[in-house]
Design a protein around this ligand. Sequence first.
Ligand SMILES: [Zn+2]
Length: 330
Amino acid sequence: MTATLPPLAPAWERVDFLAELERREVRVPWNRARFSVRCPLPDHEDRTPSCSMSLVNGKWLVKCFGCDFSGDGIDLLAALDGMTSAEWCRIRASREAPLPVPVPARPRPPEPAFRPLCTPEELAGYLDACHQALLSGNDSAAARRYLRDRGLTDGAEIRAWRLGFGVSTKLPKLWCMQGRLVFPCPGGVEARAIDDAQPKYLAANLLTERKLPFALDQVDPERGPLAIVEGAFDAIALHRAEVQAIAVRGKPLASEAAARLRERGFTSGYISLDPDAERQAVLEVGRTLVRAGIAPYWVRGPQGVKDWGEVLTRSDEELLGAVAEGLVLR
Ligand SMILES: [Zn+2]
């Protein structure tokens, strides 16, 4: 069974008949409403101009006195194109079909605006208290020991990063950081268990909507290139080797973070996530950088250790060697 579409009415107002003939190498006078030419039909070897064309009520009529072809201009064009007039009209109509008109999207209710959960001063006060607790608290000895085991033996480094020990607080979300190692992050914190508590890492954003990378506010393009790593310890390790790094904290790089880096003047970033990171995740960091106007490069990553953080336990010489070996373009 063949479904036949009804032939469409020839849309004469949209067919420039003379131009169509020109396009088919048929020379015609363009400024006259009636003329005769040699019959353009391929089967008619016309020696004299026996094909008459005349414009009648906006429509060209064609009559060949040699081969007896008779019809309107569209019939002639269809015959020249080797198809029926109905086919010709259908093809033309489909070619001219207007593009689908975009349906205006229904206005969506505005996304609820992000509301900070505390003031910047309140967060800073909490972080100060945590920092003091880590440096000299009675109950933070285990945290200090944990840091020593991870290679953070230098008090100056701990102070520079303002690492802390989670204290009790009335601030929302932060109460569950109590007893953990606290890493200050832009607008929030990241806190690591110092025992076997799960999850290993907890995050809380109070002043920002999304997780922003650890060390995001400590990097400056004037101090050299930027590496993008996964965890806070990885970033600290690279900084020890005087390579600036930010840690995405197990989440894709937030576009807001990439925008901040670009604003600050970074034009390139060296991506070095953990070796077990999903390919897609690694590529996505690159895409986010590109969208912000930052060129991404992928580096080989740490060699012989599971992540950059592990080199914190090595001697300075070994650490520098590992960084020099790993920060090589892939
Ligand atoms: Zn003819």
